[in-house]
Every structure is written in C-alpha cells, then in structure tokens.
Design a binder for this molecule. Sequence first.
Ligand code: SF4
Length: 331
Amino acid sequence: MNIHPKIQKLLDDISVKNILSLLELDDFSSVFEYADKINYLNHGKYIDIRAIVEFSNYCKRKCKYCGLNSTNSSAKRYRMTEKEIIHTAIEARKAGYLTAVLQSGEDSYFTVEKLGFIIKEIKKQVDMFITLSCGEKTFEELTYLKECRADRYLLKHETADDLLYDRLHPCGTLVNRTECLRNLKKLGYESGGGFMIGLPTQSLETIAKDIFLLYDLQCDMAGIGPFIPHPETELNNYSAGSTELTKKAVAITRIILPKANLPATTSLGVLDSKENNNLFSCGANVIMRKVTPPEYVKLYEIYPTDINVKNIEEERKELELAIRTLEKIPR
Ligand code: SF4
C-alpha cells in the first residue's frame, strides 16, 4: 500500500505541526484507508463492546457544556445503590459484556472506599474488567482503587487549549487533569483520555494539540466525540461538532497510537448512527453501550439523547448482529 507522503512525514516525526498538516488535507480518503489497515493489523476484525453503568448524576463541578453540572437546577438527580450497581454489572456480564464502565459525575458521596467495595464485590462474583470514569482523584485514591482491582480509568482531557480549558472548566485546570492521567499510567491502569470536536473557538490547531496530547500521555484509550449542546447550559446556542472532523481525528489517533482502544463514542451515535458505523472503517475498535437501568438512563444527560435501555441481553444481541453485518466480530 502506498503511504501518503504526509502520513509518512507524521510517522517520521509525530508533532502538532504534522498532525495539523494531515487534518488540513482536502482529500482524506487515503488517511482513512491507512487508519483502517493499522486498526486491522492491531485489532483484527474485533469490535469490543463495553457496558456503561451510569451510577450517579450528582456532580460538584460546573463544566459549561455539561447537563450534569451542579448549577443545572432542572436536572433530576439520582444515585444508584451499591447493590443496584453490582447487580447491573453482573447482569451485563451474564449478557456477554466483558467490561463494565462505572461512570458518574464527581460525586463525593461515592468515596473510594465505597467504589472499592463495589469493584471487589463485582470481581468476587464474575470475571469482568472494571473501568472507572468518575472524575479526578488524588494519587493516593487512585492507588487504593487499583489495589481494589480497578483495571482502567477514563478521564477525558476535553481540550488541550489552556485558555479554552479554563473558560469551560471553572472548577479545574488542564495541569491537574493531565497530572491525573500521568498518575494513572504510573499506577498501571489502562488510561483513557479524550476530547470534544466542535467546542466554541476550537481551531484545527487545537485539535492537532488534542491528538498530540493523547500521544504524549501514551493513552491506552481515547474517546473522541462531537460536542453536543445541552439546552440547560451556557453553551446551548452553539452548534454541534462535525462528525466528519471527528472521524478524521479518530483516524489520525489510530495511526499514531496503533494499539489504543478507540471507541465510536455514544455522542457520535447520537448525532448520526450511520457515522457511528462508519467509524469502524477509519480506526475505532470499541463501542460503548449503556446498561444503566431504565429508570435512571434518561436522567444521565451530559448532552441530550433519546437512548433508552429496555433489556440488557436483547440489546447486546441486537448490537452483536449489527456488528456482524459490518463484517466485524463482536467481543
Ligand atoms: S463533564 Fe463531568 S465533571 Fe464536568 S460537570 Fe459534567 S459530569 Fe461533572
């Protein structure tokens, strides 16, 4: 296969400049093709399906794009009980999921002791990987959760632009975020970063910096999805991010992080389910599926969705069928 000269340049020197130069290409088809080939060489035809359990929508932070932010008084808040969380993860394992992603806002109620108990109980009862996605934690807290056998941790950096980060995140800094991601690597977690496409004032160069940061952090996973405006946030009047640009960012990430797990994110599926499928031909190898109980799933609204969960087992089967029709193998 002939490699486009700009891809070769990037492979020779992974830099923001060379990522940007790829993003600026008018005809991106050879990049998609190359990313697909790299994906096949590293992950074969497998699509890994992860079960997401959204166990609390309480959050102490005030991220300007997020429907769960603490200033949104119209959000109806919930917390699943420890028993419910453990039960849902076990049901997901019975339906065939090998990984449960336990996700929440930054909710102080769920101390690391509580989270540790939940992880240990799930691991005691079923053989399953546990990914946590519950916001920033100290080195000591992450050490404790690792001792409780958490396998992976997702913590999207959201944007690598300092100024934009500060504007969107009144409760945190990019320095702390990246420090936390570096700590995850040090502690032996599979670490997951990620960012949004289409944030206000974001440029192609910002996106190039975002992709480079994933490389710099040597992320094992990266969630890249379009920004979707939530009506109850300050960014409600902005347009949603481009699905095409999202696919381009995923493809470049695949090229520079060949072994990383790259999900076709749920936000992309919300905008366009066809694009979600297409992502599997330009570098993504993972899909996340909500298994949050029906009474809570509508309340976990970082961005508006019409996703519902009826039956964990049936939905898993439907998804497996859809993956097979793309000539991929669900796992
Ligand atoms: S993005 Fe995460 S940390 Fe920020 S308000 Fe939403 S749930 Fe909380």
